[in-house]
Ligand binder design. Sequence first.
Ligand SMILES: *[C@@H]1O[C@H](CO)[C@@H](O)[C@H](O)[C@H]1NC(C)=O
Ligand SMILES: *[C@@H]1O[C@H](CO)[C@@H](O)[C@H](O)[C@H]1NC(C)=O
Ligand SMILES: *[C@@H]1O[C@H](CO)[C@@H](O)[C@H](O)[C@H]1NC(C)=O
Ligand SMILES: *[C@@H]1O[C@H](CO)[C@@H](O)[C@H](O)[C@H]1NC(C)=O
Ligand SMILES: *[C@@H]1O[C@H](CO)[C@@H](O)[C@H](O)[C@H]1NC(C)=O
Ligand SMILES: *[C@@H]1O[C@H](CO)[C@@H](O)[C@H](O)[C@H]1NC(C)=O
Ligand SMILES: *[C@@H]1O[C@H](CO)[C@@H](O)[C@H](O)[C@H]1NC(C)=O
Ligand SMILES: *[C@@H]1O[C@H](CO)[C@@H](O)[C@H](O)[C@H]1NC(C)=O
Ligand SMILES: *[C@@H]1O[C@H](CO)[C@@H](O)[C@H](O)[C@H]1NC(C)=O
Ligand SMILES: *[C@@H]1O[C@H](CO)[C@@H](O)[C@H](O)[C@H]1NC(C)=O
Ligand SMILES: *[C@@H]1O[C@H](CO)[C@@H](O)[C@H](O)[C@H]1NC(C)=O
Ligand SMILES: *[C@@H]1O[C@H](CO)[C@@H](O)[C@H](O)[C@H]1NC(C)=O
Length: 837
Amino acid sequence: MELRSLIFPLFFSFLFSISAAQITPGSSLSASNPNQTWLSPNTTFFVGFVQVDSGYVAAINYFGGVPIWTAGGPSVSVDFDGAFHFRSNGTLQLVNGSGAVVWDSNTSHLGVTSASLDDSGNLVLRNRSGFSVWSSFQNPTDTIVPGQNFTVKQVLKSGIYSFQLRNYGNLTLRWNDSIDYWNQGLNSSVGSNLSSPVLGLQPIGILSISDLTLTSAYIVAYSNDYAEGADILRFLKLDSDGNLRIYSSALGSGITTMRWAALADQCQVFGYCGNLGICSYNDSGSNPICGCPSENFEPVDVNDSRKGCKRKVEIENCPGSATMLEMDHAKFLTYQPEISSQVFFVGISACRLNCLVGSSCAASTSLSDGTGLCYLKTSDFVSGYQNPSLPSTSYVKVCGPVKPNPTPNLQIDGNSKSRLRVWLLVVVVVVTLVGLVAIESGMWWWCSRNSPKFGSLSAQYALLEYASGAPVQLSYNDLNRATKGFKEKLGAGGFGAVYKGILANTTVVAVKRLEGIEQGEKQFRMEVATISSTHHLNLVRLIGFCSEGRHRLLVYEFMKNGSLDNFLFTPAEQSGKLLSWEQRFNIALGTARGITYLHEECRDCIVHCDIKPENILLDENYNSKVSDFGLAKLINPKDHRYRTLRSVRGTRGYLAPEWLANLPITSKSDVYSYGMVLLELVSGRRNFEVFEETNRKKFSVWAYEEFEKGNVNAIVDKKLDDQDVDMEQATRAIQVSFWCIQEQPSHRPMMGKVVQMLEGITEIKKPPAPKATTEGLAFGTSINMSSNGSTFSTFAASASAPAPSSFSSYQTTGVSPLPLGRNMEGASSSPLGSDLN
Ligand SMILES: *[C@@H]1O[C@H](CO)[C@@H](O)[C@H](O)[C@H]1NC(C)=O
Ligand SMILES: *[C@@H]1O[C@H](CO)[C@@H](O)[C@H](O)[C@H]1NC(C)=O
Ligand SMILES: *[C@@H]1O[C@H](CO)[C@@H](O)[C@H](O)[C@H]1NC(C)=O
Ligand SMILES: *[C@@H]1O[C@H](CO)[C@@H](O)[C@H](O)[C@H]1NC(C)=O
Ligand SMILES: *[C@@H]1O[C@H](CO)[C@@H](O)[C@H](O)[C@H]1NC(C)=O
Ligand SMILES: *[C@@H]1O[C@H](CO)[C@@H](O)[C@H](O)[C@H]1NC(C)=O
Ligand SMILES: *[C@@H]1O[C@H](CO)[C@@H](O)[C@H](O)[C@H]1NC(C)=O
Ligand SMILES: *[C@@H]1O[C@H](CO)[C@@H](O)[C@H](O)[C@H]1NC(C)=O
Ligand SMILES: *[C@@H]1O[C@H](CO)[C@@H](O)[C@H](O)[C@H]1NC(C)=O
Ligand SMILES: *[C@@H]1O[C@H](CO)[C@@H](O)[C@H](O)[C@H]1NC(C)=O
Ligand SMILES: *[C@@H]1O[C@H](CO)[C@@H](O)[C@H](O)[C@H]1NC(C)=O
Ligand SMILES: *[C@@H]1O[C@H](CO)[C@@H](O)[C@H](O)[C@H]1NC(C)=O
């Protein structure tokens, strides 16, 4: 890396040193000679031609060949004889081999006398007094790089898609200047006060909105490699598939790696598969596939499935024989403000019939998620999504007879099934045509008379469901099948056992079967919504849920490497893998970022309450992901079976002292637990275990004594002895851990501060002894278990404000057995104080 960054710019400037900063009027670049470039002073960026499928584009490129701006936009190319000119009258022109001007900056009337490319990749045209009158940063195409200020007047474009920052600070992705399929940003109470919001990407990979009225920048997204590595360019790009992504590219490599995407589910991009195209995922892959609804359709372009489909026979040409093609687990995307879609509360068969009889209706979707929503699509553009996990059925109007797509293996089955369906439909048509239409239209009339807002409210509801990437609802049967009858147990946590499963779309998942939860359906859904509103790289993602009768299950993404404790505490020869220092430090940072997000950045802040190595999962690249957050609210406090054992989250050794002292539980309680985990990451030892080498003291106590003596080496895991350990990082981590496990919550840092201290951004003062002078910390006061469920909500919902604690015992999932100290009423003193630090 070092060598490369030294050699390449040298080599580069040596070979092609036309002129560095200034571009003289009258100079040109030709597509036929890729060696001709205009370089930035330190050669990080250059203007030159890049070959693409359709020809050559004139682009500003990051060294290595990553385009960050293209003359005329990404789709404008010229042939081999094309050229890019900086004319002496002050305009930039892209000219085709035929001589036609393909793109012009239109700056000839602005008195431009010079042009230059600076080291941030900005191509600037200046007038005689040195003012910038035109720049590529102010005229972006599809990319934003660090240093570039993206304002409300600017727009990124890629094909039919565009990306904009709105006046109120929201970021929107829009299809054909009409449909917003992604809208995220500041909430309206803050947004309405903005004066001139600016979106910027920091060099370390944080996408944020700043404004004069905001005290600190609002963070939109983190690149998943943020703050890592040197000589890396991060850039935000609107791709031609309508998704907005952050990429990173190492200097000179020419390789780009995706680091963040606005839409995790590509099929949610409106119009991704074109008109009447159906987006789905292949069994084997994560790449979306575009197909047609049935054999009644054919692709518009056989070579490009994204162009959409058309009916083989148009509806106008078969009056009387039109029918509805039924598609299970499919929906037609609906986003506001799509006025042409109509929303009603009607049953599934009425949803089908109403579209059939409505002359302007092309398709309809009936949500079978209990909401009874029916969308009639009357626009001429229909964007479809089919997935086994979607709880909806859709209908498309076709000229009969219906010719389903061939199913590869179950062909006979499929045919007989559809014959049966045709029969059923005939019956349904006859019976319901008369009755239902009458009843339903009566109901509409009644509804619209009584609540004029009915339709618009439900449209908003549906928008929320789509836009938030809400988890899908799965049936208990589906999950039973996915887990082969709950066969492969991955582990047992505080809320129930976790099983491995494979969903119908072949996603491997971890299914958590919650126990002791007897909440109402509605409340459960609300909690699920809270959990699923968290989107962070270092949090395990919730994919789906099930709520049927007594069954409450949560479906999470599956983490290949299991939990952190397997790597830390089992001897390396048993687990087969020893985590290097670098990996450990990354895990520490990732975990801290995940918790920071829960505490400080997500919409409904969440106190985790059970941070421990068992709840830190590792993906295939050993990135850490925090799991089991947001569940504390779900436990029914009245349930006696779980009251003593499980009503308190947290595990011995990681429980902050305030848990046992009837003091408020706040986000600082998580900081305490994190501090213990951090110490364990460094030492490879359980913080509460007592060893001969530690003079029969608890490891955390002994470690602080060694630290006081300046003996940091003794604390670091012996298993890392023959590896490179960055002692500066290790010392930092140890100091941070001692700050986190301070007995007084107010002495512990906020989680965001912890991240900064670990990163070395903030100076760390020497930590005082964790077990301070506050010995009398309220142990022994009597503890009353509140039987009011609302205390749970406050406690899990508030990250910074103290909430009353109503818990009194702890979970016994620790490693070694421990006396069941207190139960609900067992109030008075117990010797647990000594177990805390
Ligand atoms: C560009 O440079 C390469 C490497 O020096 C050389 O092989 C090639 O001939 C050059 N191309 C042109 C068109 O000058
Ligand atoms: C500037 O010069 C170019 C090439 O000489 C020419 O095509 C263009 O029309 C000129 N612009 C104006 C406004 O004269
Ligand atoms: C450039 O010229 C080629 C042939 O000379 C033509 O095929 C192509 O369409 C032209 N491109 C533009 C953008 O005018
Ligand atoms: C320059 O002016 C022409 C003619 O008015 C227009 O078509 C073109 O879009 C303008 N180019 C830019 C970059 O604004
Ligand atoms: C070039 O300059 C930019 C901006 O000053 C800086 O970020 C970058 O590190 C420099 N690159 C090299 C290779 O010196
Ligand atoms: C350069 O542009 C600035 C801002 O547009 C203007 O104030 C200044 O007069 C211009 N200078 C010349 C020499 O045209
Ligand atoms: C972006 O905005 C910042 C702060 O207002 C300013 O310092 C910087 O010069 C701007 N960058 C560009 C390229 O205009
Ligand atoms: C995009 O919108 C325009 C104007 O509303 C319309 O004419 C065009 O058909 C739309 N494009 C598609 C692909 O629907
Ligand atoms: C801005 O985005 C937020 C979601 O982040 C949404 O709640 C709000 O309604 C949006 N504001 C507007 C005006 O669209
Ligand atoms: C918007 O932000 C303000 C200030 O941060 C906060 O008080 C308010 O509750 C938020 N509103 C919503 C709807 O999230
Ligand atoms: C927005 O401005 C209004 C009036 O100036 C003020 O009362 C309110 O507190 C401001 N809101 C925020 C979130 O700053
Ligand atoms: C799905 O993926 C498999 C293997 O990658 C491939 O053979 C098959 O053609 C794909 N199916 C479709 C419809 O693209």
